[in-house]
Ligand binder design. Structure first.
Ligand SMILES: Nc1nc(=O)c2c([nH]1)NC[C@@H]1CN(c3ccc(C(=O)N[C@@H](CCC(=O)O)C(=O)O)cc3)C=[N+]21
Length: 283
C-alpha cells in the first residue's frame, strides 16, 4: 500500500467535538439548536439513517426530533407540516429524508423548506448561493469531501480535479466547491468517452456514481488523491464504494475508505449546518 488513508471516522469525531463546544456556547446564550427530521414511509435503510442522525445530534448536544409519517401521507399535508416548521422560531434546521414515496414531487417538497433552514443544502436557493459564492448551506456530502482534502493540507489551486457523477446532491456541488478553491475541474458522467484517459490526468478524483469498481488502478495517476463517495452493497452484503480500493491504494497518494470515509463526514457536516443555522438565527 502506497496510499495514505483519509480516516472519515476520525475526522468526523474531531468535527463533532467542535460542534459540541459551539453548541454549548450557543446554549449558554439561551439558544437551543434544533433539527427537525421528517421521514415519510417505512423504508428500512431510511429508518437506520435517520436514527443515526438523531443519535449524532444527541451526542453533540443538538436537539433533533424525528417525525415519522405513513407512506400514504398526502403531499399537501407534508408541505403544510414543512410550512409550520418554517414558521417555528425554535426549529433551526429541517431535513426531509429522501427518497420520498413516488406520489410526491421531491423537488417541490425541498423548495418548500425555508432556505434559512435548508441544512441539507438541496434548495435551489442553496445551490445558487454555492454557485455564486453567496452565503448559504452547502450539501453535506461534497462539503465533507472538501473537509477531507483540507485535513491533509491539500492545496487545490491549479490542480486538476476530476469529478465522476453529475447529481445535484454530490457531483455538481462538488465541482463548484473545487472550482471555488481554484482547481481546474472536469465533470465526467455516463456519456463520457474513455473515462480512464481523463482520470489519469487527475490530481484529485472524486467518484460519485454508485457503481462498484468504477475506478480501477489503471485509471489513476500515481500519487493522486482519491475520494470515494460511492455506497454499494456487494453480493456478500458488505458496503463498498465506487473505487477498487485494494487496487487503487497501491497507486494513489491518498484514499478514502468505504465504510468509514465520506459517509461519517456527510453526517458530521449536517451537524455543522444545523449549528450554523442556529447561530445565524441567533445573531
Ligand atoms: N434528505 C436527505 N439527506 C441525506 O443526507 C440523505 C438522504 N436524505 N437520504 C439517504 C442518503 C444517504 N446518506 C448517508 C449518509 C451517511 C452514511 C454513513 O454514515 N455511512 C457509513 C456506513 C453505514 C452503514 O454501515 O450502513 C459509512 O460510510 O461509514 C450513509 C448514508 C444520507 N442521505
Amino acid at each position: 500500500m502506497t496510499a495514505q488513508l483519509i480516516d472519515g471516522n476520525a475526522l468526523a469525531k474531531t468535527i463533532r467535538a467542535e460542534v459540541s463546544g459551539r453548541t454549548a456556547a450557543l446554549k449558554a446564550r439561551g439558544v437551543n439548536p434544533a433539527l427537525s427530521i421528517i421521514l415519510v414511509g417505512e423504508d428500512p435503510a431510511s429508518q437506520v439513517y435517520t436514527k443515526h442522525k438523531v443519535n449524532d445530534s444527541a451526542q453533540t448536544g443538538l436537539d433533533a426530533t424525528l417525525e415519522t409519517y405513513p407512506a400514504d401521507m398526502s403531499e399537501a399535508d407534508l408541505l403544510a407540516r414543512i410550512r409550520t416548521l418554517n414558521d417555528d422560531p425554535k426549529v433551526h434546521g429541517i431535513l426531509v429524508q429522501l427518497p420520498l414515496p413516488k406520489h410526491m414531487d421531491s423537488q417541490k417538497v425541498i423548495e418548500t423548506i425555508s432556505p434559512a433552514k435548508d441544512v441539507d443544502g438541496f434548495h435551489v436557493a442553496s445551490a445558487g448561493a454555492l454557485m455564486t459564492g453567496a452565503p448559504g448551506f452547502w450539501p453535506c456530502t461534497p462539503h465533507g469531501c472538501m473537509k477531507m482534502l483540507e485535513s491533509i493540507g491539500y492545496d487545490l489551486r491549479g490542480k486538476h480535479a476530476v469529478v465522476i457523477g453529475r447529481s445535484n446532491i454530490v457531483g455538481k456541488p462538488m465541482a463548484m466547491m473545487l472550482l471555488a478553491k481554484s482547481a481546474t475541474v472536469t465533470i465526467c458522467h455516463s456519456a463520457t468517452k474513455d473515462l480512464g484517459a481523463i482520470t489519469r490526468q487527475a490530481d484529485v478524483i472524486v467518484a460519485a456514481v454508485g457503481k462498484l469498481d468504477l475506478l480501477t488502478a489503471d485509471m489513476v495517476k500515481p500519487g493522486a488523491v482519491v475520494i470515494d463517495v460511492g455506497m454499494n452493497r456487494k453480493a456478500d452484503g458488505k458496503l463498498a464504494g465506487d473505487v477498487d480500493f485494494d487496487g487503487v491504494k497501491e497507486v494513489a497518494g491518498w484514499i478514502t475508505p468505504v465504510p468509514g470515509g465520506v459517509g461519517p463526514m456527510t453526517r458530521a457536516m449536517l451537524l455543522v449546518n444545523t449549528l450554523e443555522a442556529a447561530e445565524r438565527a441567533a445573531t
